[in-house]
Structures are given as structure tokens and as C-alpha cells.
Write a protein that binds this ligand. Structure first.
Ligand SMILES: [Zn+2]
Length: 141
């Protein structure tokens, strides 16, 4: 495990403890994705996916380059992804989650509203959890 993942893990457990009691005993696995070279561009800074009882939280490898406002950006991003995790806990079973993920992916590619509505709802939840100020300094999606 590299030091970045260790750092994310630390912040994730702090944010879970502080604001996400429902995720306290859930399995959360952290990964990095993307390529470090090339222009400083985020396709997405992070994602969360839930399948077979594990929440997978991914961080764009380019977040390693963050210097200013690093803490605020990471807090907001993690709170946003954990709001997805909390939402995904409400699905009845894996089939419902898979359908949701397919709908989300198709709408993202085709520019339909399903993913935008999901992201908007998630941002509102993030603000309600008290991460509004941090959210203004970053845009997870
Ligand atoms: Zn999101």
C-alpha cells in the first residue's frame, strides 16, 4: 500500500467517524486510478462503487499533485464519495445496484440527465453533512 492510499484511508476513517455513522462497520476499499503523466486534467477526481458488500472508493492519481487547499479538496471529495456509499447501502440487492450503475454509465456517455441528477443529489447531501465550504473549493465531478 503506497503512502497516498494510507493518507486517504486516514481521512476516510476520520470523515466516516465524524459524519457517516451508518458506514462505520462497512468494508471500504481504496484504490488509485488514472495516469500521472500528461496535462493536469481530471476526468473525475474520484468515484465510488458498491458491489458484493464492499465499497470501492477510487481516487484519481493526479490528486497526488494537489498542493494548495489539499485538505479541503480531499475532505469534500471523500465526503461526496461517502454520500454515494450511503446511498448505495439503500439498494435492496446487487442486481438493483448493477442496474443503477449501467443507467449511470449510459447517461454519462450519452449526456442524459440520470447521472447529473445523481451527482446533484449527492452534492446536496454533502452540503447537508457540513462539507459545503470545502465543496466550493473543489468539484468532485
Ligand atoms: Zn459523485
Amino acid at each position: 500500500m503506497n503512502k497516498y492510499i494510507q493518507e486517504y484511508q486516514k481521512i476516510v476513517s476520520t470523515v466516516v467517524k465524524k459524519s457517516f455513522p451508518s458506514l462505520k462497520n462497512k468494508k471500504i476499499r481504496i484504490i488509485e486510478y488514472g495516469i500521472l503523466t500528461g496535462p493536469y486534467y481530471f476526468f473525475t477526481s474520484g468515484f465510488e462503487a458498491y458491489l458484493f458488500g464492499t465499497h470501492l472508493v477510487g481516487f484519481n492519481i493526479k490528486l497526488r499533485k494537489l498542493k494548495d487547499s489539499k485538505e479541503e479538496v480531499l475532505n469534500a471529495l471523500i465526503a461526496h464519495e461517502l454520500c454515494h456509499a450511503e446511498d448505495h447501502e439503500k439498494f435492496k440487492n446487487d442486481i438493483e445496484i448493477i442496474i443503477h450503475c449501467i443507467k449511470y454509465a449510459i447517461s454519462q456517455i450519452s449526456g442524459k440527465s440520470y447521472c447529473r441528477i445523481t451527482e446533484r443529489k449527492t452534492d446536496i447531501q454533502t452540503i447537508k453533512k457540513g462539507y459545503g465550504k470545502e465543496l466550493m473549493t473543489s468539484s468532485p465531478h
